[in-house]
Every structure is written in C-alpha cells, then in structure tokens.
Design a protein around this ligand. Sequence first.
Ligand SMILES: C[S@@+](CC[C@H](N)C(=O)[O-])C[C@H]1O[C@@H](n2cnc3c(N)ncnc32)[C@H](O)[C@@H]1O
Length: 222
Amino acid sequence: MTPATEIINPHLHAYLTAHSTPPDGLLEDLASETARLYPDSTGLQISPEQGTLMTLLAQLSSARDAVEIGTFTGYSSVCIARGLLPGGTLLTCDVSEEWVSVAQRYWERAGLSDTVTPRLGPALDTLAELPEEPRFDLAFVDADKERYVDYWEALLPRLRPGGALLVDNALAVSQGSVTDDPLPTPALRYIRDFNDHAAADGRVDVVVVPIGDGLTLARKRP
Ligand SMILES: C[S@@+](CC[C@H](N)C(=O)[O-])C[C@H]1O[C@@H](n2cnc3c(N)ncnc32)[C@H](O)[C@@H]1O
C-alpha cells in the first residue's frame, strides 16, 4: 500500500482512516493476497482511503463509463467499478497477464465481471484504438510515469465534458518528494513535468489532493 503517512502525520492518518468508510472484506482479501503473492510490489496498490474516495467520486459524478490505466491486481478497479451507475463499464489497461489474472478473480467475486473489461498491452496503443470522441465519464491513470502527459493527452479528448480525470502519484512521496531538489529519482521529473502540464491546461479545473501518494483530480470544462 502507498504510505499515506508520508503526507499526513501518523496520528492524523489514523484519525482520518478511523473516520472514513473502511475497505470491506473483499478489498481486504485482495490486499492480503497481493501482499502474499507480490511482497515487493504492494506499494503499487492505492491506499484504502483513496479507494473509498474513488468510489465516492464515481458515485458523486454519476459516472457510467470509465477507463483505468494500470490495473495491477485490481484494487482500484474494484473501487471505481463499484461506484459506477447500474449498467456501467470500466475498461482497464495493463501489460501483465499474471497480475490481471488476480484482478479477474476479484471482479468475479465482487459480481463485476460484466462491468470490467481488461485490455492487455501498452495502454497508449489501447487508447489509440478508441475513436477520438468523448465516451468516458471518469478516467484514472496509475501506470508508467514517463507517459503521464501522453495518457493525459490521449484521455482528455475521450472524456465527456464535465468528466473526471484522476491521476495517481501527484506528490510522489513514495519515491522521495516532487519538491525535493535535486530530485532523488528520474521518475520524479516525469511527475513534476506532468503536474506543470496539468496545472497549465485550460481545458480542465484541477486540484492536487493530499491522499495516498497524492492524487490529481481534474474536471473537463464543458
Ligand atoms: C501502480 S500499478 C497500478 C496499481 C493499481 N491501480 C491498484 O490500485 O492496484 C501500475 C501498473 O501499470 C502497469 N503498466 C506499466 N506500464 C504500462 C503500460 N505501458 N501500459 C499499461 N499498463 C502498464 C503495470 O503492469 C502495473 O500493473
């Protein structure tokens, strides 16, 4: 799990989670199994409170059709899919058949197999195959950081006016901090460039939310 305590001090973080809807048994099982199978990769998963936020955002925006870049073992996809309107769809993209096969079991258990469609392959290729017209109400980006600006540019034309674009790791505390100088890892340069790009984009209103590893929340202007 992303160390949310890096942004919010441990006492406030414990208080925050104690006053937020917790993950249910299915999400807890998914997180435990991921930790057991891939102990070195658990930091890839979004934090439980971010999952709750994403379900609420999908519900509050009455999202029907969503797209996700970066499935991993499925935690965020379950959170998004559960918030969609009845009959909603989630297209989720990843390059790892093994990780997506874990996610698939949890979609089945959650009754979301008809809602979630996985696509294996580089996500930019998957997006390029979709007509460049508004079709999604919500998009979530959580994959290779060097392509964040490309994902943003590929997703915005495919997002309906008023739609939400969420991008993970905006503050990158899991890797140091986006404000460190010099930057501790090259990946932070991509995050910093992406944040500058999003903040300067007149097509959206945008805010960086200090949850998890930092979450960019943008709304496409009508
Ligand atoms: C941070 S993890 C996603 C975590 C997930 N959102 C969750 O909450 O469990 C990033 C994922 O992006 C995938 N990925 C990396 N490069 C990719 C690419 N070019 N296209 C699609 N997926 C990619 C990785 O295989 C990995 O599963």
